[in-house]
Design a protein around this ligand. Sequence first.
Ligand code: ADP
Ligand code: MG
Length: 250
Amino acid sequence: MVQAEGVRKHFGKLEVLKGIDLTVQPGQVCCLLGPSGSGKSTFLRCINHLEKVDGGLLMVDGELVGYRRHGTVLHELREKEVAERRRDIGMVFQRFNLFPHMTAIDNIAEAPVKVGGISKSEAREDAHALLKQVGLADRAHHYPAELSGGQQQRVAIARALAMRPKLMLFAEPTSALDPELVGDVLDVMRQLASGGMTMVVVTHEIGFAREVADTAVFMDQGVVVEAGDPRTVLTNPEQERTQAFLSKVL
Ligand code: ADP
Ligand code: MG
């Protein structure tokens, strides 16, 4: 579902991604971990072309992200075409980014109606089912300001799912939450994973990564230091840098 080969990215003189290789099979969960500034968010943003890669190849479901290939030359897609491809990729951010003037259900039903071409009644029916799935059936008509951070994040997940994505990206989805609200969000993600969703998750939740991830990827300073079975990478890492990181966060 995701294939990165030698992905590079720099901001000015700063090389943030120095050749990232990573493969995520359909139905798998890949957790990205690493110290602040290691390039995790940038890499995640490259997957849906919110950032342009400067080198290497990045494919989602067999298609180049943001580009079309003519022979050996890559042409960047137009914004409209990028938006079309992005529809297959759900993204959940650290800050929930819900529309503040819309109720939970309207937040969820908005995109399917506006860009998915689904009827309003069908979209609302779907949205109700999704709210139930994230444990918020009774909060359909609440505005974001009337919901806790954890509830808002679960609405944000439901909103991303409403477009029927084939891949979900999570950018530190629980980092902005009060500790007691983290569990409910992780439960929803765990359930999504066991339902077969392909997920790439940037997280500091080592326990979640150990339990749910098929692959754990430890990044530092723009490179993948170590990747593989989370029981190895996050319990008995081979690399000193991974060990040092884990000893700080555990
Ligand atoms: P992480 O998510 O692992 O904390 P980031 O991908 O957010 O790391 O950032 C990696 C590096 O890139 C950091 O040094 C950050 O300051 C820098 N960076 C990220 N986005 C930009 C940007 N838009 N412009 C300039 N530098 C950036
Ligand atoms: Mg980040």
